[in-house]
Write a protein that binds this ligand. Structure first.
Ligand SMILES: [Fe+2]
Length: 365
């Protein structure tokens, strides 16, 4: 083949390949329920979760994901001061769109001591936060909120979004004999800690870059399975609850107020942060797809709650359905459970990434 023809053929193949990659990386977007913003990149850092790890894991560069196992601080990873783990969840989502950056904290972990320690060790300045989202009113997600600003509460409070009045109702654990009272989230204490709460039961854009699912409809086989009961009128205003709940003294939690926090990342698709998935992780994903009009799921991260009162069979069925959704990455945290993780590793090899406190997941095309 003449040199000139070979060169033009090479150019043609290169541009065809570029077009194919561009098509693959540009998820189809139908009309959604909300004008969802698209960010250029998103970094999710684990602030609180159960697992920590030493300095032995290597960073990874994967398609559409850079996974940094180090904390990002310049000091040696081994020091006298360690990151701490506990059974709670807190994530920090930093996003970029052009020159604009935003930082959103999702949940606050279980205890102020652990969140405060990890914020210090990770060098995070909470004065730089733009907003926070509390996924639901359980102690393992709100318990550490007092650590967000500590004693240095700023003059301008941080906007906090929750999904419903139920966030503030007292909870009683369903597991244990006698069942322990988990307590209630006090909105005056939230205000004193520097958080300015808005109840947002509908999908909402957060800090210009993120969006919440609002209430999550039950569209898959998943049903709420929550190991707590709720006391209307204790901590919360009973008159602001659904009519069927207002006159009960104690009833099963149905997670009606639970939110997932989501991002649309340019060229990649959705990143869904499903904090505890009491309405079901599949239902959370379906809601994010319906709101955004974007079908492609690049990553689903968070607690998927496939432990008691859900069964091992439900955990395996959830994996089978998640295979059909075909996310690029699955990052199981917090209350997900080992049966789901083992089954997902078996059926989705290469997609499952185990997170540790301090890890940073950066999604960018
Ligand atoms: Fe949880």
């Amino acid at each position: 083949m003449p040199t000139k023809l070979m060169a033009s053929r090479r150019v043609f193949l290169q541009s065809a390949l570029a077009a194919a990659i561009a098509t693959r990386l540009t998820p189809a977007r139908a009309a959604g329920l909300l004008a969802v913003p698209e960010v250029d990149s998103l970094t999710v850092q684990v602030l609180v979760d159960a697992a920590t790890f030493g300095p032995f894991l290597a960073d990874e560069n994967l398609p559409g994901l850079r996974l940094e196992r180090s904390s990002g601080k310049p000091e040696p990873r081994m020091s006298r001061h360690a990151l701490m783990g506990e059974f709670g969840l807190s994530l920090l989502a930093r996003s970029k769109r052009g020159a604009e950056t935003r930082s959103v904290m999702v949940d606050f972990g279980y205890s102020p001591e652990v969140l405060a320690n990890n914020l210090t060790q990770l060098g995070i300045d909470t004065q730089q936060l733009d907003a926070a989202v509390l996924s639901h009113g359980h102690l393992d997600h709100y318990g550490g909120f007092a650590a967000v600003f500590g004693a240095n509460v700023p003059a301008k409070h941080l906007p906090l979004y929750v999904g419903g009045e139920e966030t503030f109702c007292e909870r009683v654990a369903f597991i244990g004999s006698p069942p322990p009272v988990m307590g209630a989230l006090d909105r005056q204490e939230l205000a004193r800690a520097g958080l300015d709460t808005t109840i947002a039961p509908a999908p909402k854009v957060i800090a210009d870059h993120a969006f919440t699912t609002g209430r999550i409809p039950l569209e898959t086989f998943e049903r709420p399975a929550i190991p707590t009961q709720m006391r209307p009128g204790v901590g919360c205003d009973a008159a602001a609850l659904a009519p069927a709940k207002q006159h009960e003294t104690q009833l099963a939690d149905d997670g009606e107020h639970e939110l997932a926090t989501c991002y649309a990342v340019k060229g990649l698709g959705l990143v869904v942060l499903a904090s505890c998935s009491h309405r079901g992780v599949l239902n959370s994903i379906k809601r994010a797809q319906a709101i955004s009009g974007i079908q492609k799921v690049h990553a689903v991260m968070g607690g998927f709650h496939l432990v008691r009162p859900r069964t091992d069979e439900e955990a395996r069925r959830t994996v089978a359905e998640l295979v059909k959704i075909n996310p690029t990455y699955v990052v199981p945290m917090h209350c997900t459970g080992e049966v789901f993780i083992a089954e997902a590793q078996r059926l989705m090899p290469g997609k499952v990434l185990r997170p540790y406190v301090g890890n940073r997941f950066t999604f960018a095309a």
